[in-house]
Design a protein around this ligand. Structure first.
Ligand SMILES: *Cc1c(COP(=O)(O)O)cnc(C)c1O
Length: 396
């Protein structure tokens, strides 16, 4: 009955884990939820007020498909100010979240048989979005010892005549690592040499630490800009996950195709949320730095705590709000009747025996790790860390 396409994909494993944790919570279990992929902060007040005003003003009708001019102008200014990138309004599309922008790109670019290179560990939706659009995901491993930055030789080895695009995500979900400029330059050089597109997901741009400066690969030069579609949005930077506003910038003909596709699927993003996004981009940005410094405190505490647990080794992530510890040294361990041999075993053990929810690394393409989100209170982080420490000490 179902299409081949529908049977090719799986539901988002991160959302599935989150649902399981919430179900336990609903039954009264005191679960520490490290599974979440959204800021635990409230949307800033002036942004909410802009939405309330939009409703009062009756700004509740269809808008232009790719977003209102006012919002596109705010996005153009953001790219100029933050990334040194010059885009015209017809090189911008606003979609129902960054995920939707990414989906539009897949629809606009991929043909059956096209290969899409995805560095692993990866964000869970990249492979399935490629599959939904008849393209083949091609994974290229990245390594802890390189800070999970894609090695240019490893990338070059995976490129074939069928390669259409590379998906980059910096700062990364799940590793929390951001590329430095040199790393991006090496990738750009290979992409240009082989004439492939770069889809650059920069949704965690504002969440960088330890003096890290976010660089957009599109800003490295005219040529690479012409081969790159940059994706960003308000979900992470302004704690606006539920509002569903994301955007993309890139070559005019690709943006136009994405807009046509959007016109036949969702039409415009929510009119009220667009007004809120204008306020978020044009208004005061102090919210972003307050949120970032709170994340930074939690990050330091969490990484220190994880590395003090026997058998756990965690790189210091300089972006996003995730820790991605290597727990593979603990594989083979037993606690009572339970044996832990994989990241899923570990996630299940910690959820069921320690009431800590997190996501198994296998969901992101690497079974040696687990992903811990610190988008939760310091109190929860302390409690969760102690539970993990205790549970892991029981593995022998
Ligand atoms: C959260 C997230 C997104 C999706 O953001 P929305 O704007 O809410 O759709 C995209 N990419 C990555 C890597 C994310 O973690």
């Amino acid at each position: 009955m179902l299409s081949d396409r529908a049977r090719r994909i799986k539901p988002s494993p991160t959302l599935a884990m989150d649902a399981k944790a919430k179900a336990m919570k609903a039954q009264g279990v005191d679960v520490v939820n490290f599974g979440v992929g959204e800021p635990d902060f409230d949307t800033p007040e002036h942004v909410k007020e802009a939405a309330a005003k939009a409703i009062r003003d009756g700004f509740t009708k269809y808008t232009p498909v790719g977003g209102i001019d006012e919002l596109k102008e705010a996005v153009v200014t953001k790219f100029k100010q933050d990334n040194g990138l010059d885009y015209a309004k017809d090189e911008i599309i606003v979609s129902c979240g960054a995920k939707h922008s990414l989906y539009n790109i897949a629809q606009a670019l991929f043909n059956p048989g096209d290969e899409v290179i995805i560095p692993s560990p990866y964000w869970v939706s990249y492979p399935d979005q490629a599959l939904l659009n008849d393209a083949a995901p091609v994974f290229v491993a990245t390594y802890e010892k390189d800070g999970f930055m894609l090695g240019p030789e490893d990338l070059a080895k995976k490129i074939t005549k069928k390669t259409k695009a590379l998906i980059l995500n910096s700062p990364s979900n799940p590793t929390g690592l951001a590329y430095d400029r040199k790393g991006l330059e090496a990738v750009a050089e290979i992409a240009l040499k082989h004439n492939i597109f770069i889809i650059s997901d920069e949704i965690y741009e504002k969440l960088v630490y330890d003096g890290t400066v976010h660089t957009s690969i599109a800003s490295l030069g005219r040529e690479i800009k012409d081969r790159t579609i940059v994706v960003n949005g308000l979900s992470k930077s302004h704690a606006m996950t539920g509002w569903r506003i994301g955007y993309a910038a890139g070559p005019k003909d690709i943006i136009k195709a994405m807009t046509n596709i959007q016109s036949q699927s969702t039409s415009n993003p929510n009119s009220i949320a667009q007004k809120a996004a204008v306020a978020a981009l044009n208004g005061p940005q102090d919210f972003v730095s307050v949120m970032r410094s709170e994340f930074d405190k939690r990050r330091k505490f969490l990484i220190g705590g994880l590395n003090s647990i026997n058998g756990v080794c965690c790189l210091n992530p300089n972006g996003a709000f995730y820790a991605f510890p290597n727990i593979s040294k603990l594989y083979g361990g037993k606690a009572g009747a339970r044996q832990v041999n994989s990241s899923l075993d570990m996630a299940m053990y910690l959820l069921e025996d320690a009431n800590v929810a997190l996501v198994h690394g296998e969901a992101f393409g690497d079974d040696n790790y687990i992903r811990i989100s610190y988008a939760t209170s310091m109190e929860n982080i302390k409690k969760g860390l102690e539970r993990i420490r205790e549970a892991l000490s029981r593995l022998a």
